[in-house]
Design a protein around this ligand. Structure first.
Ligand code: ATP
Ligand code: MG
Length: 424
């Protein structure tokens, strides 16, 4: 057996303690933000039957064709997949537990997703999303609510470099008319299609519009537009969404080429984009998916949702100058001698009873080396205990940012420390 150091799987990252501080801060902001709109947390398994994603996302999509981590359960032969996104699982859970019965739901989840993509900055094989889903709502008000929620979050996070693109995909009848026209158009121009487009011509012609191949841009530009096939209902719905956004001063751009990579969307789709992250510029994307509940086996119910990529958001925050939050402990307890050690652990427990965050020095060493550790911990105060203090049931309190060291009775310690923390 080789004893080479083992490495994490490519594209799957460790989030180390220095960086995890930023994640914790972000997660707290996100929790408060979602609560302020009445969205409730739901937690689904990381592994689902493969069939769920094939049915929900669509067979001819990037995710199902080439990005899923699928495997056979070696015990019973079940076909399983590490979830590549959360919407399908969320809808499955809602149906399985009958949550939609008589009650619309505002839900959110967060956690890792898995896609077998080429790793690069902002694109990983295990990445994290915060996903938001509203099920049982048909009107344009919920579409606008979700887009406005995002705008509020960017404001809370201090992000200014993101812009909003919206589009409508119409209803299934509009899309079928458009699809037929697209196929006819691309068939007439088959010589100009690249291999991928040719492959998609009959299975998913809409995705050809998404191609980044420069040689096909002119052809795509002149292709039949979905806009020309929209029903009055779809047009009215989209106009109502825009009116609400405008009423609230949310600036948007209509991008007729925004089609999204998953099959289940209809009507409103949107993306929040930044120019700062190169090709990985979409930080948040979503839309309406009125057909999905029925597709997964439920009674038809309209729905709307979006997901944001946490890694991309955090990179953006750091590029905008957001400092990494400092580790936060209040007290570092240093001690020397047997009697002092006994008092020190008692004092540390007492301070934790009083809701302070305390690191008790472990492992011995000189006062000088212990104080270095206290400094590195970013504690506000050090509590210093030698045997002479211990005999008197007293401790010394040293403010780490300078100031006078004082000696106090153990009973008065919490009050003394709280005063110093307040002065910080
Ligand atoms: P892209 O076009 O960048 O591949 P997508 O359309 O596949 O994105 P969605 O399925 O809409 O992405 O997922 C929502 C968000 O999750 C994306 O906007 C992005 O911020 C993030 N995301 C998607 N795939 C990855 C990945 N492999 N690594 C990191 N973040 C990702
Ligand atoms: Mg993708």
């Amino acid at each position: 057996m080789s004893n080479e150091t083992l490495q994490a799987v490519r594209g799957m990252n460790d989030i180390l303690p220095d960086e995890a501080g930023l994640w914790l801060w972000f997660e707290e902001v996100v929790r408060d933000w979602l609560a302020s709109y009445g969205y409730r947390n739901i937690r689904m398994p990381l592994v689902e039957p493969t069939a769920l994603f094939c049915r929900a996302i669509g067979e001819v999509t990037d995710i199902v064709e080439k990005e899923m981590y699928s495997f056979e359960d070696s015990l019973n032969g079940d076909q399983l997949t590490l979830r590549p996104e959360g919407t399908a699982s969320c809808v499955r859970a809602v149906l399985q537990h009958n949550l939609l019965y008589n009650a619309p739901q505002r839900l959110y989840y967060s956690g890792p997703m898995f896609r077998h993509e080429r790793p690069q900055k902002g694109r990983y094989r295990q990445f994290h999303q915060v996903g938001v889903e509203a099920l049982g709502f048909a009107g344009p008000d919920i579409d606008a609510e979700q887009i406005m929620m995002c705008a509020r979050l960017w404001k809370k996070l201090g992000l200014t470099d993101v812009t909003l693109q919206i589009n409508t995909l119409g209803d299934s009848a509009c899309r079928q008319r458009h699809r037929a026209k697209l196929i006819a158009y691309f068939e007439q121009n088959q010589a100009l299609l690249d291999a991928e487009a040719t492959r998609r011509l009959h299975s998913n012609p809409l995705r050809i519009l998404d191609s980044k191949n420069p040689a096909m841009q002119e052809l795509i530009e002149a292709a039949p537009k979905l806009m020309d096939e929209l029903s009055t209902e779809a047009i009215d719905h989209f106009a109502a969404v825009q009116a609400i956004l405008t009423q609230h001063g949310v600036v948007f751009e209509i991008n007729p080429r925004l089609v999204r990579g998953l099959d289940y969307y209809n009507r409103t789709v949107f993306e929040w984009v930044t120019a700062r992250l190169g090709a990985q510029g979409t930080i948040c994307a979503g839309g309406r998916y009125d057909g999905l509940v029925e597709q997964i086996g439920g009674k038809p119910a309209p729905a709307m949702g979006f997901a944001m990529g946490v890694e991309r958001l955090l990179v953006l925050l750091q590029e905008a100058g957001m400092p990494l939050p400092k580790p936060s402990v209040d007290v570092y307890v240093v001690h020397q001698g047997d009697l002092a050690a006994r008092l020190a652990s008692g004092v540390a427990e007492q301070l934790r009873d009083d809701n302070l965050r305390v690191v008790l020095h472990c492992g011995g060493g000189s006062f000088k080396s212990q104080m270095k550790k206290a400094d590195a911990s970013c504690a506000v105060v050090a509590v210093v205990i030698g045997d002479d203090e211990a005999v008197a049931n007293e401790v010394s309190v040293k403010p780490m940012q300078g100031g006078v060291q004082v000696r106090v009775n153990v009973q008065d310690l919490t009050a003394t420390i709280n005063k110093l923390i307040k002065q910080e």
